[in-house]
Design a protein around this ligand. Structure first.
Ligand code: 5RP
Length: 236
């Protein structure tokens, strides 16, 4: 029997390979961030090299940008293509209604912008990410905040019943700084039942740039399991 670490990587890769089948010739696509999306980016590069497809892509992070360059995927921008055919991205948690928590990689703002520009959002993840309610297993909601506003946003989040923690870097002293020059606050809200309402309440706090709650944005999920890939969402 394969060690867990090994089959999880395989499950992530298999989910990514299934998602990349949705990429058609001449598509303009969004490239997600994280280790599962990285497998999708690699496979898109392989399909380009084999001459199966020509695509251009908008990356959601510096990581996605450098991987796209490495795998020979032509880069474009939302200026040139404000509407994208498809985005493939990862997730940190997925609930029964396909709402997501994203942003443990710190790229949530650009990920949400690119997702909102896409005709279709396909999520790739391994089975550990599927839960009944968001917030299970102490999963925090990452929130991108303008640094100046951090103390007051943390105060207001505490008043809302959340437990906020400023994300610290482990490769340098001080906080993690996002690709947009902001900080991330990881908030434990316990189990989340009113996802849309919580997202709305957070979004109106001055200084909050974006939340990691992706409410009804995912069209399709490929969930890599130990021996299979499960499809959630679309029926055909
Ligand atoms: C980054 C994200 C990632 O998609 C999410 O963290 C999943 O990453 P991984 O596939 O490495 O578990 O939202 O901001």
């Amino acid at each position: 029997m394969k060690p867990k670490k090994e089959w999880i990587e395989e499950a992530k890769r298999n989910a990514a390979l299934a998602a990349v089948k949705h990429v058609k010739d001449n598509f303009v696509i969004g490239l997600g961030s994280g280790s599962t999306a990285a497998y999708a980016i690699e496979e898109i590069g392989n399909r380009i090299k084999r001459g199966e497809i020509h695509v251009s892509a908008v990356p959601t992070s510096y990581q996605a940008f450098t991987l796209a360059v490495k795998h020979g995927i032509p880069i474009t921008t939302l200026e040139e293509h404000p509407i994208l055919d498809l985005t493939i991205d990862g997730a940190d948690q997925i609930d029964d209604e396909l709402n997501l928590i994203k942003g443990m990689g710190g790229a949530l703002t650009r990920e949400k912008i690119v997702a909102s520009a896409s005709k279709k959002l396909v999520i790739v993840a391994d089975e550990r990410k599927k839960v009944k309610f968001l917030g299970e297993n102490n999963q925090p909601v990452p929130i991108e905040v303008i640094p100046f506003a951090t103390p007051i946003v943390m105060h207001k989040i505490k008043e809302m019943g959340g437990k906020p923690l400023l994300r610290e870097s482990n490769k340098k002293v001080g906080p993690v700084i996002t690709d947009n020059g902001n900080v991330i606050i990881d908030v434990d809200f316990g189990l989340i039942h009113e996802t849309a309402e919580l997202n709305r309440k957070l979004k109106v706090l001055p200084g909050v740039v974006e939340t990691g709650l992706f409410v009804k944005m995912a069209d399709l999920i490929y969930l890599g399991e130990r021996f299979d890939v499960k499809k959630l969402g679309e029926t055909n």
